[in-house]
Design a protein around this ligand. Structure first.
Ligand SMILES: Nc1ncnc2c1ncn2[C@@H]1O[C@H](COP(=O)(O)OP(=O)(O)OP(=O)(O)O)[C@@H](O)[C@H]1O
Length: 262
């Protein structure tokens, strides 16, 4: 299988779907680094591991040798000032970009919720359609066409349940373009959680949302971690950091990890 992150190289383009199901499963961890991985904390199975991760966009390096480990069941807040490289880091972790150097290991497929999705405005997509993309797998498109009704029904129910969790119940049939900015962001969180990913990475999913929606997003992400997912969450909000298990701060192209948490 083609793994977009199998080696260092030029960056990949952003796709038209905001949740990327990066099938990096292969046999166990993808992209094994040459060195030996440090053991995860006792009882925590490792979901993501980066060693010496470097990245540049053609100029000054944005990341200069990032090391980090994230376990299943952990809720990790990624923080840092504007332009410090948080989005770049999570895109590397998710496999949307290839590192210029270093290695990443992923123990499972990743669902990525990006800040600004490219959902083509001219396509007649409903909110339901966009949320259902979270269960999309490149290799299963053919099977999706052939699938039997009971499975379609299960998927439709999963989409409805995800929309209800983010407080958008009943809006599934609405055209995507008719949602407000905040409603779209919440729908993208629904897209991220609809397929119950083992690794969920979100780039500022609650930026600009009202206080109630930010609180609801926090509860959803805590619940995702409680069911065993590794949840990595870029945020500028101190309240988000307070509910996370750990904060990882991006600073000067490196990370300051294990800053404590809730
Ligand atoms: N496509 C790109 N081409 C060139 N430079 C880029 C590109 N995307 C980001 N950068 C640069 O890389 C650096 C890190 O950007 P990044 O978006 O990762 O930061 P961030 O911490 O997520 O910022 P913010 O908090 O504003 O979202 C910045 O200096 C930015 O200008």
């Amino acid at each position: 299988m083609d793994d977009p992150t199998a080696s260092a190289g030029p960056e990949t383009s952003r796709s038209s779907c905001s949740v990327r199901s990066v099938l990096a499963e292969r046999s166990g961890l993808a992209e094994r680094s040459a060195g030996s991985a440090r053991d995860a904390a006792p009882g925590v199975r490792q979901a993501l591991l980066a060693r010496g991760l470097r990245f540049d966009y053609g100029g000054e390096p944005v990341l200069r040798g990032v090391d980090l480990e994230i376990g299943f069941g952990e809720l990790v807040a990624i923080t840092g000032v504007n332009g410090s490289g948080k989005s770049t880091l999570v895109e590397l972790l998710a496999g949307v970009r290839r590192p210029s150097g270093g290695a990443i290991e992923r123990a499972a497929a990743v669902a990525l919720v990006v800040q600004q999705p490219d959902v083509a405005p001219h396509l007649p997509l409903t909110v339901h359609d966009v949320v259902a993309m979270g269960g999309w797998r490149p290799r299963s498109a053919r099977w999706a066409r052939l699938e039997r009704a009971p499975r379609r029904t299960r998927r439709a129910r999963a989409v409805d349940a995800a929309l209800a969790r983010v407080g958008l119940e009943g809006l599934g049939a609405r055209p995507w373009t008719e949602l407000s900015g905040g409603q779209r962001q919440r729908a993208l969180v629904a897209q991220g959680i609809v397929a119950m990913p083992a690794i969920l990475i979100l780039d500022e999913p609650a930026a600009g949302l009202d206080a109630a929606s930010r609180g609801r997003t926090r509860e959803i992400l805590r619940a995702e971690a409680a069911r065993g997912a590794a949840v990595v969450w870029v945020t500028h909000d101190a309240e988000d950091v307070a509910v996370a298990d750990r904060e990882i701060r991006v600073d000067g192209g490196l990370v300051r990890a294990d800053l404590g948490g809730a």
